[in-house]
Design a protein around this ligand. Sequence first.
Ligand code: GRF
Length: 192
Amino acid sequence: MALSIGSKKKTAVFISGNGSNLRSLIKFSKLKKSPISINLIISDNLMAKGLIYANIFKIDKKIFKFKNRKLDENKLISELKKNKIELICLAGFMKILSKTFIENFKGIILNIHPSLLPKYKGLNTHDRVLKKKDKYSGCTVHFVSSKLDSGKIILQKRVKISKKETPKTLAKKILKEEHKLYPKAILKTFNL
Ligand code: GRF
């Protein structure tokens, strides 16, 4: 499947936590210039705070706990196909998707990661960046491939690390940039 321009693309956003990126994507989707509509919210966590946006914006939500990954992934694939989902945005989704899942949605899964990939793949990025005394960090939107945080990079935003930076302040600073970067990366993906 390849991305193409046309009517708004049916999009599913996958979350596990606060869902601030989900919120910014929903806001973006409502703009005339946006090539996407958010039709489905998926979470592996029933308690994810971000699920509140499903109620606020009246978007369908589905929970898959991934206790039996294969079974849940198969159900999830069916759900996405049933809803004719054309784009998947991972936004703080903490489960690793299988190769089979990724192959079912080849080239249409995006992820946002809070570091300047390929540096600092995986978890606890801000701690690691500060321990290394890097001068800059940032965020990256990339296509999802079967290797963790390794798919083709779409866009990145660099953020300067201040002298008194803590993992918490850095996370906050980067998250603010993430909210702008994800919509920009989606526009770029559709050549807009
Ligand atoms: C973001 O920093 C994202 O880059 C990472 O998880 C965080 C999710 O934040 N993958 P939120 O749930 O969108 O507020």
